[in-house]
Design a protein around this ligand. Structure first.
Ligand code: AMP
Length: 395
């Protein structure tokens, strides 16, 4: 079955066509700068040269139309006709407490996604635009919504209630929702398959530009580091992660910042970018640290320390832990960061095999034979997870 996977941002749209029988990606690409000048479609058909199409792309409907045209184009198309697309799967950022699994999209589901706009004011509206545009262009194709938050709906109140007056949970739904759920679910599923254990206990470390750590007990998320929004948790590329909340009014007064400016500072100017003053990109930081830049080294040390502390904290939630799995840009590719994190776990008898770990982007066990917990690298594949859910529901 061929599935179109769509991940809509406010001004961008990522897509893939996946054959779910072979798990093969037939084509993938990205539409950038929707509604802005210089919009373009970057299209990568499997086994053919990449194509860039510059066009006026005022909205998501035009963007999706361009993608569909490219997929059946006589020169670089990968489909004979759009009828080959049997279903479409949409990534949706926040489904609140209600959507504990993926759903077939109908009017009721759309209303539900709209209800959670206050929890993801930048993302859910873009996801809805993508859904509506696809529906208009492919009215007879079943569509499925796959929520980033669903995997974490198995958390218990002890791990999702914040210690502020309880009435704000009741009044405004303020609680931990977590994020990257589709990635955590995929990596936990693959770890279980690799280790041949059904009810896996694993701590998944999704370390990329945004980073989150999830404790997965018997295959279910029981705790995760991101919060009501993706700002909480470990330090990130440009996000602060956890800081003393009192810094916010203190700094706001000192620097005369509005709520919007403070939000921008914590989301866009903080994290390893803010600490280093150089870059949010871990490759740049590793290069700078190697050349002796102290603040780049400090940023990397803080990141490693934050992740190791979360793993240590989450170990208290298990009687028995099978694995720690690293994924996403940094987790899959940075051997030095994995080593720095795992070395901090020596007290628990967790040991990395430096030789096995000296690689990037591959599914592999990288711990020593005598390590108390297996350490793995598992490249994430959110698109495949979305496609598999879509097929399941569209059937
Ligand atoms: P993601 O958000 O998952 O796409 O991850 C993006 C992050 O992965 C960026 O900060 C990149 O610097 C980082 N990354 C990608 N490749 C490498 C690498 N070879 N070494 C270190 N970091 C990397």
């Amino acid at each position: 079955m061929k599935v179109l996977v769509i991940n809509c941002g406010s001004s961008s749209l990522k897509f893939q066509i996946i054959d779910t029988e072979t798990e093969e990606v037939k084509a993938k690409g990205l539409v950038e700068r929707i509604g802005i000048d210089n919009s373009r479609l970057k299209y990568e058909p499997a086994g053919m040269d990449e194509v860039e199409i510059f066009n006026d792309i005022p909205d998501h409907k035009v963007a999706i139309k361009m993608v569909l045209d490219a997929l059946v184009d006589e020169n670089h198309g990968v489909l004979e006709s759009l009828d080959e697309i049997e279903a479409a799967g949409h990534r949706v950022v926040n489904g609140g407490e209600e959507f504990n699994k993926s759903v077939l999209i109908n009017d009721e589901a759309l209303e539900g996604i709209k209800r959670y706009i206050p929890l993801a004011p930048l993302h859910n509206p873009a996801n809805i635009e993508g859904i509506l545009a696809t529906k208009e262009l492919m009215p007879n194709t079943p569509m499925v919504a796959v929520f980033d938050t669903s995997f974490h709906t198995t958390m218990e109140p002890v791990n999702y209630i914040y210690s502020i007056p309880y009435e704000y949970y009741e009044k405004y739904n303020i609680r931990r929702y977590g994020a990257h759920g589709t990635s955590h679910r995929y990596v936990a599923m693959r770890t279980a398959e690799i280790l041949g254990k059904k009810d896996i206990n694993v701590i998944v470390c999704h370390l990329g530009n945004g980073s989150s750590i999830t404790a997965v007990k018997e295959g279910k998320s029981i705790d995760t580091s991101m919060g009501m929004t993706p700002l909480e948790g470990v330090t990130m590329g440009t996000r602060s992660g956890n800081i003393d909340p009192a810094i916010i009014p203190f700094l706001g007064q000192k620097e005369n910042l509005s709520y919007e400016e403070m939000d921008n500072l914590l989301n866009k100017k903080s994290g390893v970018l803010g600490i280093s003053g150089i870059s949010s990109d871990f490759r740049d930081l590793e290069d700078a640290a190697a050349k002796g830049n102290e603040r780049a080294k400090l940023a990397l040390d803080i990141f490693a320390s934050d992740v190791a502390k979360y793993i240590g904290m989450y170990m208290t939630e298990f009687e028995d832990l099978d694995a720690i799995a690293f994924t996403a840009g940094v987790g899959e590719n940075s051997a030095s960061m994995r080593e720095a994190i795992v070395e901090k776990l020596a007290i628990a008898g967790i040991k990395i095999d430096k030789q096995e770990n000296d690689m990037r982007g591959k599914e592999k066990i990288v711990s020593t034979d005598d390590s108390s917990v297996k350490v793995l690298v598992v490249p994430t594949n959110e698109e495949l997870m979305i496609a598999l859910d879509t097929v399941e529901l569209a059937k």
